[in-house]
Every structure is written in structure tokens, then in C-alpha cells.
Design a protein around this ligand. Structure first.
Ligand code: HEM
Length: 495
């Protein structure tokens, strides 16, 4: 008889409940892999969870057996009660999922499609550097604003104008509630779906309130920006956004609903992820001044000091590109991926993986696999360059954005995230020196720690961000009219 993959020995009934890490699960899974190997299984109240710790087993299970490993876990609260089952990221691999993917990938599923959106990415990135210059201590807020502004513009043709933009505030709230309800194991009812039928007067059903709030927020996220686009269309504006283009083509109410859900999926996928990558970039630059200096040299040589870099310069900036790849590898944005579920039994490496098992890809381990990446804990952009006879190490983009049939049909978020990170990185390094802050003559060392959650962010850190030269300062001064207006409203002085 075949056995389940090895793993820590659990207790009767509760299984591995007390072994499950409360934080930074990917680090515990990595330790377990040293003892039990690449495929590990644990069980919590009878629910099998399989953890994949190598690219090879991820390919075997998620790529080659994609027909049975592409659904999402049955999350009663997030999917059924809060309604996120229709928004792609938590939707099973159904024909509706594929229809959503077709819509979205046409708009941003290729590098060529992204090239046609480059003016928006460049505009928002230049606004980001201008705002960070005026308010360096608000770096992570500005990274969040940049991600939200870019997505709202591309998807709905909505331009953020106000300092506290109501649309962005509403969307952030909806995404915060998604983060809470989508965490695997956050609610007992997710493990025991029969609990959803207990009467409302019963104590300990807090989850229903959480789900009701999450559903209301999701309704706002689906409807408010969508209605904005519709009203703009009726006046002849915003016709190039994702929503407008697809609404023009939609013939039925069902097709309109599909457009609405696809737009929400793109907002959900893109609003938090690049924020983490951009904050990691600044953290990495502050801690690795040698890498930053090499990027400065490359930018001075290729671009000069008279203009900001653009996406068209990308092929001429290999070192800046390598920094972006290393940011994705060094501290991955989604270190434990987004869980899949098996829709049938699978035999893998002679082990039985049972139907309905939850599959976790330990992306953090894959990115720090010492057989693939030399000195994996070090930030070393050179690993991705062909220097002399050495071959570049594997491209982390093949892992960072997930694996398997749902993803490989077209790497949906990858092209946009990749281009956004590049342009923010290139423009920031063109104008800033990013260093550790100095207080009373002493350098303040950052704590390099990351938050829990599906999307993991660096803990807040202080960093000194200053124009690299007078020329850089003049470039910053000449940026965006909106930046100017905001500065006046806040009474901020430049420099
Ligand atoms: C650094 C940035 C990003 C990272 C690291 C990232 C990573 C991921 C991962 C790991 C998944 C789960 C894939 C799986 O099932 O295995 C995912 C799904 C998804 N991402 Fe991204 N993503 C990023 C940016 C974006 C952006 C900018 C968008 C769109 C605007 C986007 C849209 C989506 C969507 C719609 C899904 C759901 C698709 C599905 O369930 O298969 N992502 N992403």
C-alpha cells in the first residue's frame, strides 16, 4: 500500500495542528525539507496538506499533472460567504476561469501588450519618484499609491487625483479584508465546512460577520470603479481602459459580469504584490551599496543625466534588469504561493497524494535552493548576468508568479509586474542615492524582517533617499504637474 509523503508525526485527531507554524511558514517548511525531503505532508483535523520544496516536484505535480492539480482549496468563508469564488484568484480551474483568463490575457498577457501600456507605467513611475523625493518617509505608502494608481488607470481609466483618494481607500479596504479571509486555516469552518450550518444564535460564529463585511467590501470593489468607467464611456472618455474595451465588445449581461469580475481580479492581483517588490528594492539597495553603485554607473553610461529612463531603454540596462530579478528572488513577494487543491488522487515519487489535498509551493525554498543559486541568502544581481564563461542562474520569474496550468497558460500578472518593477527601479536609481539613515553620527542598521500572509512585505524600515546630484534634483523638480499641485496643497517645501 502506498503511503502519504513523510513529515512531522502528528497527534491523534488534531494531527499536526500544533506543528503548524504561526508565522513565516515558508521558513519552517524549509527546515522540514532538510529532514523529510522535497515532498512533505502534514494533516490538520484530517485535511492533508502537501508542501513542495523543489522545482522538480513542482513541475511533476503542478505542470505535468495540471489536469488534477489546478483547483483552489474549498475556503468556505472567502469563496462562498464573501463571494471571492468568482474573482479568478480563488476560483477553481473551470471554464468560467478560462473565459476570465482569455479576457485578461489579451490586455496584458504578453510583453507586446504591455509595451502599448508603457506610457501609463512611465507616468505613474515618474510621479512615484517625485512624491518619494518630497516625502521619503512615506516610501511604502507611495509604493502602494503607485500600484493602485497604475492599476486603476489601466483597468478602469480612473486617475487618482486627491491626496486621500476615495476610490483607492475603498479598494485598499477590500484588499485588506481579502488578506484576512484568504489565509488558509484562518477559520475553523474552512476545515469543518459542516459548521456553516450551525444556527446564527450559536456562540463563536464571528466568521459570519467577517464574511458579511468582506462581501460588502467586495461588492464595492466590483461595482464602484466599474460604474465610473461606464459613466465616463457614456460621455465618450476612458475608452482605452481594460473595462471600456471589453464592455464595448460585451453583448450580454453575462458577458458584462465577466468583464466586471475580470477587472476586479486584475485589481486584486496587482494592487498589493508590486508594493512588496518595490519596498524590497529600496531595502536591498540600502543594504547593498555596491550593487547600487553599479546600477548608477550603468544608468549614467546609457541614459546620461538629462532625462529619466523609459521602458524602451530596458535592453540596454542589463544590470538594472538583474537587480529586479534579484529583488523577486531575494525575498519573494508570495513566499508560500497561493494554495492549489487536488481534484483526484495522484501518485508522486511513489507516494499517494489524496484527492482534496491542499498543495503549497514553498516558493521561498525554491528561490533559496543552494543547488540552483550560489550563496542564496546574499543579494547578488550578477548571478543573472552572463559574465565570462559562467551561465546565468535560473530566471526567478518562472517561479515567483506561481506554477502549473492556471499560470503557465499565460503568465498574466508577470509582464505587468515585471515592467512596473523595472521602470520604478530604473527611475528611482537614476535620481536617488538610497542609504542607511544616520542619526547622531551613527548608522541605523535595518532589521530585515518580512510580514506573514499570502503577500509578504518588509517590516517598516527607515531609509535615507536623496537626489544623487544637482542634475537629478532638477529632473525631479521638473516632474508632474500633479506632484506640484499636491505639494502646494500640503505646503511642502522642495529640497
Ligand atoms: C511581483 C508581482 C507579482 C507576484 C510575485 C505575483 C504572484 C502570483 C502568484 C504566486 C499567483 C498564484 C499562482 C498559482 O496559482 O500558483 C498569482 C496569481 C494571480 N496574479 Fe499575480 N503576482 C504579481 C503581480 C500581479 C499583477 C501586477 C497582476 C495583474 C494586474 C496579477 C494578477 C494575478 C491574477 C489575476 C492571479 C490569479 C490567477 C490564478 O488564480 O491563476 N499579479 N500571482
Amino acid at each position: 500500500m502506498r503511503t502519504f509523503p513523510p513529515g512531522p508525526k502528528g497527534l491523534p485527531l488534531v494531527g499536526n495542528l500544533f506543528d503548524m507554524p504561526k508565522s513565516q511558514a515558508w521558513k519552517t517548511f524549509t527546515k522540514w525539507s532538510e529532514k523529510w525531503g522535497d515532498v512533505i505532508s502534514v494533516s490538520v483535523f484530517g485535511q492533508t496538506i502537501v508542501i513542495l520544496n523543489s522545482v522538480e516536484c513542482v513541475n511533476e505535480l503542478l505542470e505535468k499533472r495540471g489536469s488534477v492539480s489546478s483547483d483552489r482549496p474549498c475556503m468556505v468563508v472567502a469563496k462562498k460567504w464573501a463571494g471571492w469564488d468568482r474573482v479568478m484568484v480563488l476560483e477553481d480551474h473551470t471554464s468560467r476561469f478560462r473565459a476570465l483568463r482569455r479576457l485578461t490575457s489579451k490586455y496584458m498577457g504578453t510583453r507586446a501588450a504591455i509595451a502599448s501600456l508603457s506610457h501609463v507605467l512611465e507616468l505613474e513611475a515618474s510621479e512615484f519618484v517625485s512624491r518619494v523625493w518630497r516625502n521619503p518617509e512615506r516610501l511604502s505608502d507611495e509604493a502602494r499609491r503607485n500600484a493602485g494608481a497604475t492599476i486603476l488607470m489601466l483597468i478602469y481609466g480612473y486617475r487618482i487625483r486627491e491626496e486621500e483618494d476615495p476610490m483607492l481607500k475603498m479598494a485598499d479596504k477590500a484588499m485588506e479584508s481579502w488578506t484576512i479571509i484568504s489565509l488558509p486555516g484562518a477559520f475553523l469552518v474552512d476545515l469543518f465546512p459542516s459548521l456553516e450550518y450551525i444556527p446564527v444564535w450559536f456562540p463563536c460564529i464571528q466568521w459570519r460577520e467577517t464574511a458579511t463585511t468582506a462581501r460588502k467590501l467586495l461588492d464595492c470593489l466590483r461595482n464602484e470603479p466599474f460604474e465610473y468607467t461606464r459613466s465616463q464611456m457614456s460621455e465618450g472618455h476612458s475608452l482605452s481602459s481594460f473595462t471600456a474595451q471589453n464592455l464595448i465588445a460585451a453583448k450580454t449581461k453575462e458577458e458584462e459580469e465577466l468583464v466586471k469580475d475580470a477587472a476586479t481580479a486584475l485589481y486584486a492581483g496587482g494592487s498589493d504584490t508590486t508594493v512588496s517588490a518595490v519596498c524590497s528594492l529600496f531595502l536591498a539597495m540600502m543594504c547593498n551599496t555596491e550593487a547600487q553603485a553599479k546600477a548608477h554607473d550603468e544608468l549614467d553610461r546609457v541614459i546620461g543625466s538629462g532625462r529619466l529612463p523609459s521602458l524602451r531603454d530596458r535592453d540596454q540596462l542589463p544590470y538594472v534588469n538583474a537587480i529586479c530579478l534579484e529583488v523577486l528572488r531575494w525575498n519573494p513577494v508570495a513566499p508560500a504561493g497561493v494554495a492549489h487543491r487536488l481534484s483526484d488522487n495522484v501518485i508522486l515519487d511513489d507516494y499517494l497524494l489524496p484527492k482534496d489535498a491542499i498543495i503549497i509551493t514553498n516558493i521561498w525554498k525554491l528561490m533559496h535552493d543552494a543547488t540552483k543559486y550560489s550563496d542564496p541568502l546574499q543579494f547578488k544581481p550578477e548571478r543573472f548576468l552572463q559574465v565570462g564563461g559562467t551561465q546565468p542562474e535560473p530566471d526567478p520569474r518562472n517561479i515567483a508568479f506561481g506554477s502549473g496550468r492556471r499560470v503557465s497558460e499565460l503568465l498574466l500578472g508577470m509582464h505587468l509586474a515585471d515592467a512596473t518593477l523595472f521602470i520604478v527601479c530604473a527611475m528611482s536609481l537614476a535620481v536617488f542615492n538610497i542609504t542607511k539613515p544616520i542619526e547622531n553620527g551613527a548608522v541605523i542598521e535595518p532589521e530585515i524582517e518580512y510580514t506573514n500572509g499570502t503577500i509578504s512585505h518588509p517590516h517598516p524600515f527607515r531609509c535615507s533617499i536623496k537626489p544623487r546630484s544637482e542634475r537629478a534634483e532638477s529632473l525631479l523638480l521638473s516632474l508632474t504637474v500633479i506632484g506640484e499641485r499636491d505639494a502646494e496643497v500640503q505646503g511642502l517645501k522642495r529640497g
